[in-house]
Design a protein around this ligand. Structure first.
Ligand code: MTE
Ligand code: MO
Length: 224
C-alpha cells in the first residue's frame, strides 16, 4: 500500500501489486496478437481463450453493499437526475439477456444469462441533455471507468442483478453491476454507485494507467 492517501476518486483500499503488474502489461504491450477480427463473424476476439468458470478481478476492496447502503445516482448532463434505492431499482422494468464476457487478461466466457434493467430504460428516465456525450461510472470501491454515451445506450447494455438465475454475489459486484458486453470487461463496473453523464470525456481508473480508452476486444484495443 502506498504511504500517502491516494488522491481524489481513487480507492483507499486496493491491491497495489495487482495494479502495478497490470500497468506493466500495458507498458510492455503483453498479450497483443497484432490482429483484428470481425465481431459479426468471429465470436472469440483475437488473443482470447475460453474459460468455463467465472474469474474474479478487482482492486481488492469488494465492498459489502447491503440494501440499506445501496444507492444509484444518475446525474450530470441530464434534465431529471435520479437517486434510486434498491427496491426502486428492482421495481423498474426488468429484462433477461444473454451475452459473452471478454476480459483484457485474456479470458472469455460465453453464454452468460443476466437479468436487470436496460440502460435505455434508465436514460429515458433521466432525459440526457443534447450536450451529453460521455459517461463516467463511479463504484463503491472508488473504481471509475468511462464510455461514450452511445456505447452505454446500446441495446445489449444493462445494469444487472442476476446471473444464471441467482443474485450476483458480492465478489462479482452484487447487488448491482454494469454490463457492457461488447467492450473489455474492465468497462463493466461492479458495485455501481453513480452514473455521471458528461459533455467531455474523463478517463477512468485503468484508462489513466495505460489501458485503451475505447476497449473494443475485436480491434484488440487493450492498451493505448
Ligand atoms: N467496482 C469495480 N468494478 C470493476 C473492477 C474493479 O476493480 N472495481 N474491475 C474491472 C475489471 S478489470 C474486470 S476484468 C471486471 C471483472 O469482473 P468479475 O470479477 O465479475 O469477473 O470487473 C471490472 N469492474
Ligand atoms: Mo480486467
Amino acid at each position: 500500500m502506498p504511504a500517502d492517501d491516494p488522491p481524489g476518486d481513487e480507492p483507499a483500499d486496493f491491491n497495489a501489486k495487482l495494479i502495478a503488474r497490470k500497468q506493466e502489461w500495458a507498458r510492455d504491450g503483453r498479450l497483443l496478437t497484432g490482429t483484428t477480427a470481425d465481431p459479426a463473424r468471429d465470436r472469440l476476439p483475437p488473443g482470447q481463450r475460453l474459460v468455463k468458470d467465472w474469474p474474479v478481478l478487482d482492486l481488492g476492496a469488494q465492498p459489502d453493499i447491503t440494501p440499506t447502503r445501496f444507492r444509484l445516482d444518475i446525474d450530470g448532463a441530464v434534465r431529471r437526475p435520479i437517486s434510486l434505492r434498491l427496491d426502486e431499482f428492482l421495481a423498474l422494468p426488468q429484462q433477461d439477456s444473454l451475452s459473452d464476457i471478454h476480459c483484457v487478461t485474456q479470458w472469455s466466457r460465453y453464454d452468460n444469462h443476466w437479468r436487470g434493467v436496460a440502460s435505455r430504460t434508465l436514460l429515458d428516465l433521466v432525459e440526457p441533455r443534447e450536450s451529453a456525450r460521455h459517461v463516467l461510472f463511479h463504484a463503491h470501491d472508488g473504481y471509475t471507468t468511462n464510455v461514450r454515451l452511445d456505447q452505454f445506450a446500446a441495446p445489449d447494455v444493462f445494469l444487472v442483478h442476476q446471473w444464471e438465475g441467482h443474485p450476483i454475489d458480492r465478489r462479482h459486484g452484487g447487488p448491482v453491476r454494469v454490463l457492457i458486453p461488447r467492450l473489455y470487461f474492465w468497462k463493466s463496473p461492479k458495485w455501481i454507485r453513480r452514473i455521471e453523464l458528461t459533455t467531455a470525456d474523463r478517463p477512468g481508473f485503468w484508462e489513466t494507467r495505460g489501458y485503451h480508452n475505447n476497449a473494443d476486444p475485436w480491434a484488440e484495443e487493450r492498451y493505448g
